[in-house]
Design a protein around this ligand. Sequence first.
Ligand SMILES: NC(=O)c1ccc[n+]([C@@H]2O[C@H](COP(=O)([O-])OP(=O)(O)OC[C@H]3O[C@@H](n4cnc5c(N)ncnc54)[C@H](O)[C@@H]3O)[C@@H](O)[C@H]2O)c1
Length: 398
Amino acid sequence: MNQNQDKIPVGVVGSGAMGTGIAQVAATAGHEVMIFDNSTESITRSSESLKKVFNRLVEKGKVSQADADTILGRISYCNNLEELSSAKLVIEAIVENIEAKKALFSHLEVIVDDDAILATNTSSLSIASICAACSKPHRVLGIHFFNPAPLMPLVEIVSGVQTSGETLVEARNLVDSWGKTTVTAKDTPGFIVNRVARPFYGEALRILEEGIADAPTIDWAVKEIGKFRMGPFELMDYIGNDVNYAVTESVFEAFFYDPRYKPSFTQKRMVEAGWLGRKTKRGYYNYAEGAVNPEPTKDEKLGQEIVNRILLMLINEAVDALYLNISTRDGIDLAMTKGVNYPTGLLKWADKLGVQTVLKGLQELHELYGEDRYRPSVLLKKMAKENARFYTENVLEN
Ligand SMILES: NC(=O)c1ccc[n+]([C@@H]2O[C@H](COP(=O)([O-])OP(=O)(O)OC[C@H]3O[C@@H](n4cnc5c(N)ncnc54)[C@H](O)[C@@H]3O)[C@@H](O)[C@H]2O)c1
């Protein structure tokens, strides 16, 4: 791919939620986009939803009618993969299934030119295994958008062991030029965000299971005291308990059953009961019309304890991700603020609390429960010994 060739044609495979959003982002940035899907219904849905999105943007005055028409005019659909032959970047967003993705990539690589980049939007599969389906794996990588792609600024860029440095740089420059915040992540389960965020749900579920507080109280504490935009239970209900459970289960398995990522029976039972959240009108909350949900217990002391415990676990995960070179300090902090709207980067938060305080809190939990789930990261221990900080500059006031 020639870097100077500004608006290269882009291909998108899969016209579901992610493919449609990614196509919108690329077309808005000026690229001609061809979307392939093997389901005509999905293509129809995608095209209708894009029209609706742009109608709304025009109504709100965010885009002029002329610009909306131009952007929509750049997006075409096809039901034959061969029509992606001129694309210089293809982003795959099909079903999360390794065999389906491998079959697609091995077909795709003979259709496009040798200098085209092939990317996957997978959330949980290994990039190395997708690269391995191709005879030219050096031009294959992960470009992981967040949902909804047009609104969420973060994009994780993930190289497989086979991916060339040139492919990484070209793909990153291109996505940067679309106005996204890119961070590079190591090809490990959950990359940055889906790994570091696990305790947000897992520890909240544990607090609920132990009867320390109910879901509305935990959500209240996390929002009011922790300043997170959503509480863990309302967020799980929003994502879908089935989807959230599947991610937790796959991360647990992918980490060779590390107890830190152990799924919760509470969540499993919710899935088994069909209480999937908003989409079934019943989850941790009742979404039926006229339903009255319990009020939180607004006890400041209890709320602070809840936030501290979840936060300690999140910080430990972020520190461990840094220790294991999943990304850089800035990459990890940016990922959590731009990918899941955390109020502050977790490593910055560790500095605010003090590394020694964080370690002490984790050690107390570890001692009390005797579970490996609460083991502090080696990096945290090393830093506490040296009374070190993550940020040396005076950045904590920001
Ligand atoms: N939904 C999210 O929150 C999210 C966030 C980040 C990444 N992802 C990842 O993005 C990918 C797509 O997710 P989604 O939520 O858009 O799924 P989706 O189910 O909404 O859409 C998938 C689309 O792919 C099509 N498809 C399936 N197999 C195909 C094939 N072999 N060839 C062509 N088209 C095929 C389907 O018809 C469907 O239109 C997955 O890998 C997922 O893990 C999802």
